[in-house]
Structures are given as C-alpha cells and as structure tokens.
Write a protein that binds this ligand. Structure first.
Ligand SMILES: [Zn+2]
Ligand SMILES: [Zn+2]
Length: 164
C-alpha cells in the first residue's frame, strides 16, 4: 500500500475523525470544501511527516479508490500552498514535494538513491547558522537546509526494497 519512494510508514486507512479535521483546516484557510480538496487534505493530515509528490498523492488516492486527475492534484496543492496549509520542497531536483505545514522548524535529509526523506532538528546546527549569518552582518530570519546522501545500510534503502 506504500506509494513509491515512500519515506515514512503511511497507515492504510484514513481514520474517520480526520474528515472533520480536514473540514476545519479548509474553513480556517478560507477554502471551500470540495471533494478533491478534502480527499487530498485527508491524506496529508493522516501522514503529517510524509513528503508527497503529486504522483505519490495520485497513486495513494487511487489506492483508496479515488480517481482524481493529476492536473487537479497540482491545482489543489498550489491552492493549499497559497493558503499556507502545505509547504513545498524542491530538494534540489525537478520534483516538488509537499508536506502539511507543521508548527516549528525542521530540516531534511534525503537519500539520492531511493528518495527517502528524513526530518530532523539539531540545535547546534540552528545555533551555528545564526552565528554564521551574524558573522557576515546578517540577522537570520529563515533558512532551508537539505542534506543529500545515500542510505548507509543497503537493507534500509527503499531502492533495494523495491527490487525484492
Ligand atoms: Zn518535512
Ligand atoms: Zn536510500
């Protein structure tokens, strides 16, 4: 049931209480409750630490029996991004990944072989970035840090798991 290049365990069913949550999120964002918006938001709420590409969402929706066109998914994601509901990441490539906007800051590690995305927050790195900015006469207001690499343990690399 996992979408390709999955980076976190995604539960197989959308819990019923998340339906109300999606409606509340849409209302707060000032967006009308439409079926595609709610279905996509349900999935994002259900996997808050997961980073979805439009293709990931397309296949996940399909697994739930919802057939929503890829163009609609892109349009809804753009609306969600404008409303601040989701955060877009490009991770240095051409594919855009979307996650539910979370309170507080986190950075990302990405395996270039399998596309696995890991979230982290390191106080020392946060502090050092402030110091570096300071040293160069800048007051730090925001930063985006992506660390790229390859899974150290080949057994854990999703690329190899796909082949089995
Ligand atoms: Zn994230
Ligand atoms: Zn990997």
């Amino acid at each position: 049931m996992k979408p390709k290049n999955s980076n976190a365990s995604i539960s197989n069913s959308v819990p019923p209480n998340s339906k109300n949550q999606a409606q509340v999120f849409l209302k707060t964002a000032g967006l009308r409750n439409t079926a595609p918006r709610k279905m996509i938001l349900d999935i994002l709420i259900n996997s808050p630490h997961y980073h979805f590409s439009a293709e990931n969402l397309y296949s996940t929706l399909k697994e739930y029996g919802h057939s929503i066109g890829i163009a609609t998914i892109y349009r809804v994601l753009a609306q969600f991004e404008n409303a601040g509901l989701v955060t877009r990441h490009q991770f240095g490539g051409t594919t855009a990944y979307f996650e539910l906007t979370q309170p507080g800051h986190h950075d990302h590690l990405m395996c270039l072989t399998c596309g696995k995305i890991i979230e982290f927050r390191d106080d020392e790195i946060e502090h050092l970035q402030k110091e570096v900015a300071n040293k160069h006469g800048l007051t730090l207001t925001a930063h985006t840090l992506y660390i790229f690499g390859t899974c150290k343990d080949p057994e854990n690399c999703l690329h190899n798991q796909d082949k089995q």
